[in-house]
Design a protein around this ligand. Structure first.
Ligand SMILES: Cc1cc2nc3c(=O)[nH]c(=O)nc-3n(C[C@H](O)[C@H](O)[C@H](O)COP(=O)(O)OP(=O)(O)OC[C@H]3O[C@@H](n4cnc5c(N)ncnc54)[C@H](O)[C@@H]3O)c2cc1C
Length: 550
């Protein structure tokens, strides 16, 4: 194949991903030096289109970045007024009082927000400072410089032939070169994954852990709506089958975020996370709230859960990993946006200092130091044992011991347990289908619960069909030859968008079908496939979900 010729543009800092981490970095760079050339590239059709967070936002990151955010009209309109935590059984619930919870679990002073809208507002602030933001530009490749540095990315490749080759209608995109490249792609970033592998950044660290978060927006009866109320639940329907739980946040305009997280280290390959979420809405407490309302949006995204002990090294020559590309979610608080913002600020400050000193394309160790020892590290260190306790001992013991551990960390700065290990990665946690019972899920009723494909239409996802499938199978035989007999091919169930199907027709061999058009970019397949056979790469820019105010 002939060498592909691309135009190149030179910047001081190239930022991949317009989430809270990338946008914070862009804003801080321009606050520090208005003359810096900074570009942000986003694969969504617009900023916010691929952002899916709960979200209860701890404003500490925004306070540091734009202290007068209120005067500047940031869309943080709903302060948390009430914070409830329930343990669910099939027919009822027990409220866990707030007083035994460590202070870090308190949501007062936090805001219920649409992070998609917060990111849209942050993008406006960045553009006012002179940052160039290009939505609809997926970064599909890294550009390597001499001596193994990363000098940029390829963005904006459109119109590839179905087999991945260049045709007469292919636009080759461009190379964007930076003295530093920031990867702020969020959880399981495709370029970040390449960097982590290539430079061995996870060597000696615990494996990263993940959950699958699914979320619907509901418009409910105004009489039942309690603006500012935050509710979390554990227990039913997952019980002992998997870790996880739900969130219900009452935002503005009689809307409610209803979300459900399933930890991806579950063992039983028959588990169907999407159907667990649908079943959850039939719990009497939840059904009572939603009855008479309507679901107006749906989406899904993986959430990083490994925390402090799973953070890889964050820098390599010319590149820094930000936010959830590293994995900065505080698991018991289910919050990562504040740390994503703080990491963006820290990376910007380190790059600015380096540029002032005339450096470029080296390792920004000052950034990594700040993350590990500064506010992010402190936030994550206190809660580092909650996830491994849950994985090892289950929900109830980990509630008690995790609470004790968080109190010890908060009061004395130490843990009686030291730092617990996570052990296996989530793919390796999957056990053989034969050693588990299939789970019988009730059919969705079309009122409170919906079938997967109907719900996916509420993610407004769209992919140009003639492009290559962005869900690459390393070995096309594995789904049917290995995963089906051993694990009942769990891709059929773990994907919250119904991308993967095993089609069995009489007299024919079973076929594995990948409906990549449905993909909502959650990255669960890249994480959970027990054979680690699926590689999620970015499709062309502008494709994927189009979330309104997730
Ligand atoms: C269901 C759920 C609920 C959550 N609830 C909360 C909560 O209530 N509070 C809270 O604080 N946190 C919450 N989180 C965690 C929070 O969402 C993350 O910590 C946060 O999004 C991390 O920010 P980020 O900027 O690192 O990545 P993201 O917010 O994921 O942003 C990454 C951006 O990069 C873009 N991108 C990715 N790859 C490329 C590429 N190759 N080229 C171009 N663009 C690319 C993406 O489209 C996206 O816009 C929740 C997460 C989930 C899944």
């Amino acid at each position: 194949m002939a060498e592909i010729e691309r135009e190149a543009m030179e910047y001081d800092v190239v930022i991949v991903g317009a989430g809270p981490a990338g946008l914070s970095a862009a804003i801080r760079l321009k606050q520090l030096n208005a003359d810096l050339d900074v570009v942000v590239l986003e694969k969504g059709s617009e900023v916010g289109a691929h952002i899916l967070s709960g979200a209860v936002l701890d404003p500490c990151g925004l306070d540091k970045l734009i202290p007068d955010w209120k005067e500047k009209g940031a869309p943080l309109n709903v302060e948390v007024k009430e914070d409830n935590f329930y343990m669910l059984g099939e027919a009822g619930e027990i409220r866990i009082p707030n007083f035994p919870m460590p202070p870090l679990m308190n949501n007062h002073g936090n805001y219920i927000v649409s992070m998609a809208n917060v990111c849209r507002w942050m993008a406006e602030q960045a553009e006012e400072l002179g940052v160039e933001i290009f939505p609809g530009m997926a970064c599909s490749e890294l550009v390597y410089g001499e001596a193994g540095t990363i000098k940029g990315v390829v963005a904006g490749v459109f119109g590839l032939e179905e087999d991945g080759s260049y045709g007469s209608n292919t636009e080759p995109g461009m190379e964007l070169h930076g003295k530093y490249v920031f990867l702020s792609e969020g959880v399981r970033g495709s370029l970040a994954k390449e960097v982590i592998e290539r430079y061995g950044l996870s060597d000696g660290k615990e494996p990263q852990k993940f959950g699958l978060g699914m979320k619907e927006i509901w418009e409910i009866d105004p009489a039942k709506h309690k603006e500012g109320t935050v509710t979390h639940t554990m227990g039913w329907p997952l019980g002992g089958n998997a870790g996880g739980g739900s969130f219900i946040y009452h935002l503005e305009n009689n809307q409610v975020y209803v979300g459900f997280v399933v930890h991806l280290n579950y063992k039983n390959p028959h588990l169907f996370p999407y159907m667990e979420f649908q079943r959850f809405k039939h719990h009497p407490m939840v059904a009572e709230l939603l009855e008479g309302g309507k679901r107006v949006a749906y989406g899904a995204r993986a959430i990083s859960e490994g925390g402090y002990q799973s953070m890889p090294q964050m820098v390599a020559p010319g590149v820094a990993l930000l936010g959830c590309s590293v994995g900065m979610v505080n698991v018991p608080r289910i919050k990562g946006n504040h740390n994503a913002m703080l990491s963006g600020i820290a990376a910007a400050e380190a790059a600015h200092k380096a540029l002032e000193e005339g450096r470029s394309s080296d390792e920004l160790h000052e950034y990594e130091q700040e993350v590990r020892k500064g506010d992010i590290g402190k936030d994550l260190k206190k809660v580092r044992n909650v996830k491994p306790m849950w994985s090892k001992w289950g929900m109830l013991p980990s509630l008690a011991l995790g609470g004790l551990d968080m109190w010890c960390n908060t009061l004395f700065g130490i843990s009686p347990f030291g730092t617990l290990k996570h052990g296996k990665n989530d793919a390796a946690s999957t056990e053989l289908a034969a050693s588990h019972k299939p789970i019988d899920y009730p059919k969705p009723d079309g009122k409170l619960s919906f079938d997967r494909l109907t719900n996916v239409s509420f993610a407004m996802t769209n992919h140009e069909e003639s492009q290559p499938c962005h869900l690459q199978l390393k070995d096309v035989n594995i789904p049917i030859m290995t995963n089906l007999p051993m694990y009942a091919e769990p891709a059929q169930r773990y994907c919250p968008a119904g991308v993967y199907e095993v089609v069995e027709e009489e007299g024919k061999d079973p076929r594995f079908v990948v409906n990549f058009q449905n993909c909502v970019h959650c990255k669960t397949c890249d994480i959970k496939d027990p054979s680690q056979n699926i590689n999620w790469v970015t499709p062309q820019g502008g494709d994927g979900p189009n979330y309104p105010n997730m």
